[in-house]
Design a binder for this molecule. Structure first.
Ligand code: GLN
Length: 238
């Protein structure tokens, strides 16, 4: 029986707008394919697990980011090694920002990130809130909900996840949303992201199976209800 371990980073302090639903989606889509999914949580001060197959981290208030910042630096070398070794990784909003170089908040405080992504984030006066639709080469249309004041700018080595069709995205200026580096994705999309965007869920799962068993072999699932939910979500106003 195949088995994967999903590592959920800092759920106590970083978990907004349904982010936990991403973990549930990965779990269910694995189970429906006969793969056992073990979910491990990592909070400040915990022991880092030996070999996670998928890494997930959700969004957080500035205060939550502050709480985890120091601890995150202690596990940064391990996270970097895992991302460099192609471990599928999904970071949302606050954790997306923390995987970058730094987040300078509106009050001028600089919260250091771990520089896995070549991005920088500056707190803005305006909150960027609402439903968002983006278009990506790899995953088609991506649908979600954003709520952040941080504005993220990609460095010259960074590749955006998608282009914004409706909403603000990284900074409401350059029309870009998220970042993708190796098998690691950063995005502002909550909602949660994965139930509405199963192609991304299956990308993470397929990469994890490939890494561990040398072959993904994903069977198709009936996603017709998801397609209906996506069609309805797309008609919602910003
Ligand atoms: N605190 C960050 C910001 O406002 C992240 C918010 C979030 O994770 N939703 O930009």
């Amino acid at each position: 029986m195949k088995e994967l371990t999903i590592l959920h980073l800092y759920p106590k302090d970083m978990n907004l707008y349904g982010d936990h639903g991403n973990v549930l989606t990965l779990q269910r889509r694995l189970e429906w394919r006969g793969v056992t999914a073990n979910v491990i949580t990592y909070n400040v001060g915990n022991k880092f697990p030996a070999q996670p197959d998928i890494i997930f981290g959700g969004g957080g208030q500035d205060s939550g980011q502050d709480i985890i910042a120091k601890d995150l630096q202690t596990i940064a070398p391990k996270l970097k090694r895992l991302v460099e070794a192609n471990t599928p990784t999904l970071t949302i909003c606050g954790m997306y920002q923390m995987f970058g170089r730094f987040f300078k908040t509106l009050t001028g405080e600089v919260i250091n990130g771990i520089s896995i992504f070549d991005i920088e984030t500056i707190g803005g006066n305006e909150r960027l809130i609402g439903n968002i639709i983006t278009q990506s080469d790899q995953f088609g249309e991506i649908i979600g909900y954003e709520n952040h004041s941080g504005k993220t700018y990609l460095g010259k080595n960074a590749v955006a996840l998608a282009k914004v069709k409706m909403g603000a995205g990284n900074n409401d200026e350059d029309g870009l949303e998220g970042v993708i580096y190796k098998n690691a994705i950063g995005t502002y999309l909550h909602g949660p992201l994965l139930p509405k965007n199963p192609r991304i869920a299956d990308f993470l799962i397929a990469q994890a199976l490939q890494n561990k068993y040398g072959k993904a072999g994903l069977t198709d699932l009936d996603d017709s209800l998801i397609e209906q939910a996506r069609a309805i979500a797309k008609k919602r106003p910003r």
